[in-house]
Design a protein around this ligand. Sequence first.
Ligand code: SF4
Ligand code: SF4
Length: 252
Amino acid sequence: MKLKFLITSLTSCSGCISTLISSDIFPQFLERTNISYFPFISDEDKIEECDIALIEGCISMDSQIELLKDIRNNAKKVYALGTCAAFGGILSLSKKKKAGAISDIVQIDGIIPGCPPPLKLIGNCLIRLIENKKIELSEKNLCSTCPLRGNNNIPFEKQIYKLNPSGDEIATLDEISNCFLNNGILCLGPITREGCDHICIEYGIPCEGCLGPVSKDYTSNLINFLSLFNLSKDLRKYKGIFYRFSKPKIRW
Ligand code: SF4
Ligand code: SF4
C-alpha cells in the first residue's frame, strides 16, 4: 500500500525541498507514494490525514504554530527536513527574528539534517520512509571517518585563529594532508554528525556544522568544544560561531 505524504515549508530558503525535488530518487518517490499536500508542485490546499509529514524550515512566526499543530494532528509521523526545521537553522543568527526548531512546538519522529541535506542522505532517508521504516542516522561524528584525521588526535593545544582558509589557501584533498585544526583553522567536525561524506572537507573547506550535533544541543556542545582550545581574540568576539545553525531552545 502506498503511504500518503504531506510536504511543506515554513520559514526557509526552500533549499531542502529543492534538493529533494532534484534528487535521483524523487521520480521513484512520486511513483511509490501518494502526495496529499505539497504546495511546491500541487494546488491542493487542504491539510488532510496522512502517514508522513516532511516539514522544511524553522518556526519564526506565531501564525506558523497553528499550521504546525494542524499538521501534527493529521500526520502519523512528522519529520524535520533540513537543519532549519531540525535545529532553527541560519535564521538563528538574526537578532530581530525568533527562530526555532519544529520540535519546540510539536513532537517529531525524526530529522533529515543538513543545509541542505546531502543528496545521498535524502535518498537513503526517502527510501526508508517510502517503505515505512524509521530513519537511521549515524551516531558518530564527522572526524570518525574524515580523510584528514589520519592517526592524529585532535590537537587541543593549538591556537585557532581563523574560521576559514583564505582564498589562496583553499586546496583539494590531494593537496591537504593535515586536519584543519592542526593548521589553526576552526573545523566543527568533532561535534557534528557524520552523514555528508565530508563534502566540504573534500573541497578544502572546514566543516561548519550543518548536519547538527550528534547529541542534543549544539550550542552547549560548541561552547564545551571551543573552551578546550586557545581561541584568538577575534574569534572569541564572533557570536556567529555559536548561532550559525541553531540557538538553544526558545520560548514561544
Ligand atoms: S576536525 Fe575537521 S579536518 Fe580535522 S579530522 Fe575532524 S572533520 Fe577532519
Ligand atoms: S562538512 Fe560539515 S558543513 Fe559541510 S556538509 Fe558536512 S556537516 Fe555540513
